[in-house]
Design a binder for this molecule. Structure first.
Ligand SMILES: Cc1ncc(COP(=O)(O)O)c(C=O)c1O
Length: 340
């Protein structure tokens, strides 16, 4: 990821708001108390228990990873062999594609609709046609923002004889709850992260939820002790905080909906529906718009490299209200309002 000089960083879907200083101090104090000369717990017992307690599920249904990216690689390693198919949407999260390719998987994509949303029937058809070992469904999808509801996810799990991974990195912002599906579908796993709504991207913490036998198998694709002590402590403490998370989610959803509405009024700008903490925009010329924003200190994600339908698209993370206003002002000056 390119990080040229900027003052407003909206290119990696992180939070622009740091955790409160007293919570950070609590994490640091706890880190001082624990031994540094010893390997960290593996599996991370306290963190796993904190996640299980918060979600009201059994501990054996939780597998913690060094960021959700590590779990993506482990999932690919544990399920794929050379030439076996992986079904995923196009466009989608590039790291998942990379992990699957490195594990020897053959990528079989299905398209999103005109507005970059999932069409549940298309997903089921792709699963039936390719008979994949792994189905990868980011929901909300990155970089497009559309999500799948519980009904369609259940239909895909039923249609599939293999493992279905719903990557829920942004699920907090979609308010869709897939957790109850795990009881009925043992071939379904949910992948989550503390890097987005939980504001802990600098610590690397992700987790997988699902059937204990499946998680056990995925664990074999992971190196031991991969979750370092600072990450374990930060995660344990964060999962003890209830309202902190709720306030951040409300703030982001509100900012997203306001910005989407305002940008939708600009001439030549298309805003695609998003359930995540970012917006996908199509503009008349993405490269020059990217550079124009950067000259104003605003760094967003350019997607031209992804090609195809993302040509002339930019992805903008929802920031603070000050940052969102700066984006709106810059793009309003560039494109002007659409005539009424
Ligand atoms: C869909 C999706 N999955 C997973 C990740 C990786 O998250 P983590 O920081 O937990 O590795 C990202 C990060 O941007 C993402 O967009």
């Amino acid at each position: 990821v390119a990080n040229p000089p900027h003052t407003i960083k909206l290119n990696q879907n992180e939070s622009s708001v740091e955790l409160p200083a007293d919570l950070k101090r609590k994490i640091v104090r706890e880190l001082e108390r624990r031994p540094w000369a010893r390997y960290p717990d593996y599996p991370p017992v306290r963190l796993t228990a904190a996640i299980a307690r918060r979600l009201r599920i059994a501990r054996k249904r939780v597998l913690v990873g060094h960021g959700s990216n590590e779990l993506l690689y482990a999932l690919a390693q544990a399920t794929l062999e050379r030439g076996t198919a992986v079904v995923l949407p196009s466009p989608s999260y590039a790291v998942a594609r990379l992990a699957a390719t490195l594990a020897g998987g053959r990528i079989a994509t299905f398209p999103l609709d005109r507005k970059f949303q999932y069409d549940p029937e298309t997903v089921v058809k792709a699963v039936r046609r390719h008979e994949p070992r792994l189905v990868f469904l980011p929901s909300p999808n990155n970089p497009t923002g559309g999500s799948l509801h519980a009904g369609p996810v259940a239909a895909v799990a039923e249609a599939s004889r293999s493992l279905v991974v719903v990557d829920e990195a942004y699920h907090e912002f979609s308010r869709i709850d897939l957790l109850p599906l795990l009881r009925r579908h043992t071939n379904l796993v949910l992948l989550r992260t503390l890097s987005k709504a939980c504001r802990l991207a600098a610590f690397r913490i992700g987790y997988l939820l699902g059937d204990p036998a499946v998680l056990h198998r995925v664990e074999r694709g992971k190196p031991p002790h991969s979750i370092d002590l600072p990450s374990q402590i930060a995660g344990e403490i964060l999962f003890g905080e209830e309202t902190l998370l709720r306030d951040e989610i409300e703030r982001v959803i509100d900012g997203r909906d306001r910005l989407a509405e305002a940008l939708g009024l600009l001439s030549g700008v298309t805003v695609f529906p998003s359930d995540a903490n970012f917006l996908l925009l199509r503009v008349p010329n993405a490269e020059s718009t990217y550079l124009y924003l950067l000259r104003r200190g605003i760094l967003v994600r350019r997607l031209a490299g992804a090609g195809g339908r993302l040509k002339n698209c930019l992805r903008v993370t929802i920031g603070t209200s000050f940052e969102n206003r700066a984006v709106l002002q810059a793009l309003t000056e560039r494109f002007g309002r659409r005539p009424a």
